[in-house]
Design a protein around this ligand. Structure first.
Ligand code: G6P
Length: 470
């Protein structure tokens, strides 16, 4: 069977906090051999052209270092100050420095050059996320004829936002060099299709005057999931129980409203705290009866817009404290720190409300994990942004528009007042949906489509796929 080579900017880290993706792909890699390839997280003056192999939690991982200059242009610059905000429709937060594109391209070339000598002709290559859109082009230019798939973990932008990105046409041409492009949600495939039709109407009309030809690339939605059964087990683990006991002591009977997000402007954190403020302002009966906990590990904090989001959140949390706190009662706790999955599973299980309200999100796995960790006898309620990819899967959550803080405040009231039979009914359906969209099936579905058993190992690109845009 062909080996699977996973490529992503960030490789799985050491330690027990490995995420669902690393766990799911570890099983895939164990069954198919292969390895994970990506950035080591190290910055050096002169990176070696060769990748270094390491074994991380049983995974074979090949890593390359970056120069400080390339990190700045490729990671902080083009990937996270241009692509990330644009794909999340936050052009107001994008910093467009067109020269970053050279660094972005340079690192993709560096990755391709270091990866190529490690490849066998029939290896299947699976590239992840927006940092590495040009990787297939770079590999093909060096002669690779392997089947190469790409998975976009973040939303695909509207055409207007895409046009705001320098070199967007080249990036779309790069996408067309993949055999399969996977996206999180139908919404993303629709946005892509709209771009493809608008940008290259001639492809659809069969005219030779096409700008980007997606005729050899299949584009489809493969919504990622978690392992809800593993989260259920984790929620009953000693570390989770320790966290639950600790929290129960401090909550002293109050109902917990929980948010867990990277500190990122796409997560809608200030809006979320404002909604909570409105809940307390409009419903005095909840004061002293509820407590909000927001866990927000810092992220990409060398980028100005992330610092501003952090300051904004500090300010609004301070405002809510100043307005409602009393000497013996605090309405909220805000923790800028990361926790391991067992502790998070405990928090999820204890929370009466899981508040997952990103302004825009590829999928949002916190929603999946929250559902997995619930106690079937006394489950909590998921409040979910309709702009998360997860909203296409979890119809039984309370879906909200996160920009409308009155609506979110009302959803909070509904969730807190919801009776047990209704909570159970909703949770059972949510759990069914989470199980149906589990991460293992996700990786299998993608790989089966990228390299069906009958074609895996041919090492050619001669199989013509019907483009879903056609
Ligand atoms: C999102 C992206 C991932 C990224 C992660 C953490 O989930 O889709 O590609 O790895 O955020 O961000 P970071 O910049 O720390 O890698």
């Amino acid at each position: 069977m062909s080996r699977i080579i996973i490529v992503s900017n960030r490789t799985p880290g050491k330690g027990p906090a490995a995420g669902g993706l690393a766990v799911a792909l570890r099983d895939t890699l164990a069954a198919r051999e292969g390895f994970w390839f990506g950035w080591s997280g190290k910055l050096v003056d002169e990176p070696s052209p060769k990748a270094k192999f390491d074994s991380i939690d049983g995974l074979s991982v090949a890593q390359v270092d970056l120069t400080r200059e390339d990190y700045q242009a490729y990671y902080a610059g083009f990937s996270n100050s241009i692509l990330w905000p644009s794909f999340h429709l936050r052009l107001d937060l994008a910093t467009i420095e067109a020269h970053w594109y050279e660094g972005y391209r340079r690192v993709n070339t560096q990755f391709a050059r270091a990866l190529l000598p490690l490849l066998k002709p029939d290896d299947i290559i699976w590239v992840h996320d927006y940092h590495l859109i040009p990787l297939a082009s770079e590999l093909r230019q060096l002669g690779a004829r392997n089947r190469i798939g790409f998975y976009l973990h973040i939303p695909f932008p509207t055409s207007d936002a895409l046009y705001a990105i320098p070199h967007h046409q080249e990036l779309m041409r790069d996408l067309s060099r993949y055999d399969l492009v996977g996206m999180q949600a139908n919404r993303d495939v629709t946005a892509f299709t709209e771009f493809a039709e608008h940008q290259a109407p001639s492809t659809l009309a069969g005219s030779p005057l096409k700008s980007v030809d997606f005729g050899r690339t299949e584009v489809a939605a493969f919504p990622i999931g978690s392992d809800p059964d593993a989260f259920a087990r984790l929620a009953a683990s000693p570390a989770a129980i320790k966290m639950i006991k600790r929290m129960e002591r401090s909550l002293n009977g109050q109902q917990l409203i929980l948010g867990v997000d990277r500190l990122d402007y796409s997560k809608g954190l200030p809006q979320r705290v404002e909604a909570y403020e409105k809940l307390l302002a409009n419903n005095t009966r909840f004061r002293r009866e509820v407590h909000m906990l927001q866990v927000a590990p810092p992220s990409r904090d060398s980028i100005k817009e992330y610092k501003q989001t952090s300051d904004e959140l500090d300010a609004i949390c301070g405002r809510v404290m100043g307005r409602f706190a009393e000497p013996d009662w605090q309405p909220l706790t805000y923790v800028k720190r990361a926790y391991g999955q067992p502790s998070l599973a405990g928090l999820y299980r204890l929370a009466r409300v899981g508040l997952v309200t990103p302004l825009r999100d590829g999928m949002n796995l916190v929603a999946h994990e929250y559902i997995g960790a619930q106690d079937p006898a006394d489950p909590g309620v998921l409040i979910l942004s309709r702009f998360a990819g997860a909203a296409e899967i979890f119809e039984d959550a309370i879906l909200v528009n996160p920009f409308d803080t009155d609506e979110t405040a009302e959803a909070l009231r509904m969730a807190l007042d919801m009776d047990l039979p209704e909570r159970q009914r909703r949770w059972q359906r949510l759990m069914k949906a989470a199980k149906k969209h589990n991460v293992e099936d996700w990786s299998k579905a993608f790989l089966d489509r990228l390299a069906p058993a009958s074609t895996a190992g041919t090492g050619t690109r001669d199989i013509l796929y019907l483009a879903s845009v056609a």
